[in-house]
Design a binder for this molecule. Structure first.
Ligand code: NAG
Ligand code: NAG
Ligand code: NAG
Ligand code: NAG
Length: 199
């Protein structure tokens, strides 16, 4: 008799434990957004493409790229929405200098098709051109490539950025643009800061 009651209580406890556990698991699963694997790999390729003397990308390890510094994901879909990769070559911002050095903007970034904010200013992209794929970021509203060592003719593809509100291409010596591109951008974008236009 005593044993039976004991077993009954035990079973009730076990059931409560199981239910509680299942609920908390579902809860955890639901509150955290998870990084999209393809986008994580794209970020890792970008990381490989630059020299990171100052450890700006040290937190870029592990599976959940939404937890990495300078990366923000959409809180519903998990897609990467913004990349805050501003460098500071003179240590003006926090008194310490930090910036990335690379031969150009890695093509892997094209994978981040949901990007709405991209700041790569203040780094050293070694006199490379602004790539054509920049025009493929349909959702981009903010683009800052100032002080980043870009040179050459800007691809007219940048004119495809139909949601762009802020564009800063200033302080890239030797950057040149087509007048046609200039006209499209100036008509559409609310804030533009550019180089002294050489056509
Ligand atoms: C997670 O939450 C959303 C709403 O925030 C809901 O629609 C969805 O059904 C939930 N998923 C699970 C597995 O509980
Ligand atoms: C998701 O992000 C939007 C803005 O990006 C914010 O307004 C909203 O409150 C966020 N939702 C949750 C559940 O954090
Ligand atoms: C772009 O970045 C530079 C340097 O990092 C900063 O000084 C400037 O204000 C930024 N431009 C815009 C429009 O936010
Ligand atoms: C920009 O638009 C033109 C014309 O619609 C298209 O041919 C080109 O592929 C687009 N470029 C990018 C990078 O999406």
């Amino acid at each position: 008799m005593g044993n039976r009651r004991g077993l009954g209580l035990y079973l009730i406890f076990v059931s409560i434990f199981l239910v509680a556990n299942t609920c908390s698991c579902l809860g955890v699963e639901n509150t955290s957004i998870v990084c999209i694997e393809q986008e994580r790999l794209a970020l890792l390729k970008f990381k490989e493409s630059v020299i990171d003397y100052y450890g700006m990308l040290l937190s870029w390890v592990g599976n959940d790229c939404c937890m990495w510094e300078r990366v923000h994901c959409d809180n519903v879909t998990g897609n990467i929405k913004s990349l805050h990769l501003k460098g500071d070559m003179r240590g003006d911002i926090v008194g310490v200098m930090y910036y990335l050095v690379g031969d150009g903007m890695s093509f892997s970034l094209a994978e981040l098709s949901h990007l709405s904010y991209l700041d790569l200013s203040g780094n050293d992209f070694g006199g490379s051109r602004i790539p054509k794929f920049i025009g493929s970021f349909k959702h981009l509203t903010y683009l800052n490539l100032s002080h980043a060592g870009f040179q050459g003719i800007i691809s007219h593809h940048i004119g495809n950025l139909s949601n762009l509100k802020v564009l800063d291409l200033s302080s890239n010596d030797g950057l040149k643009g087509h007048v046609a591109f200039h006209d499209t951008i100036v008509k559409r974008v609310k804030f533009v800061r550019m180089w002294t236009l050489q056509c």
